[in-house]
Each structure stands twice: as structure tokens, then as C-alpha cells.
Design a protein around this ligand. Structure first.
Ligand code: SF4
Length: 51
């Protein structure tokens, strides 16, 4: 099963028009470890800067 991932980080190489993420998969990590208290403690590890 695949899910649609929407993202507004438009300088990522996986970003596409319509705020779509076109990566085959993404990895989301907790910035403080394996638990988070709010969204600011999570991040997309798959991000790569476009050139
Ligand atoms: S890889 Fe992460 S940062 Fe990049 S478009 Fe997809 S969700 Fe956004």
C-alpha cells in the first residue's frame, strides 16, 4: 500500500508541483530521539537540497 505524501518544502529534489513528494519512500525521524511532543520535534530525513 502506498500513501500520498504532501510537502511544501519546494527546494527539496523530491518536491513536485502541487506540493507532492515524489520520493519512493521517506524516512521521518524524531529530533530528540524516538519520541516527540510536537511536530517541531520531527523531521524528514529523506530531504535533499535541489541544485
Ligand atoms: S523528501 Fe521529505 S522534504 Fe523532500 S519533498 Fe519529500 S517529504 Fe518533502
Amino acid at each position: 500500500m502506498s500513501i500520498e505524501v504532501l510537502c511544501n518544502v519546494d527546494n527539496c529534489k523530491y518536491w513536485a508541483k502541487g506540493d507532492k513528494c515524489v520520493a519512493d519512500k521517506i524516512s521521518v525521524i524524531g529530533l530528540q530521539g524516538r519520541k516527540a511532543d510536537d511536530m517541531e520535534e520531527t523531521a524528514c530525513k529523506t530531504f535533499e537540497h535541489d541544485e
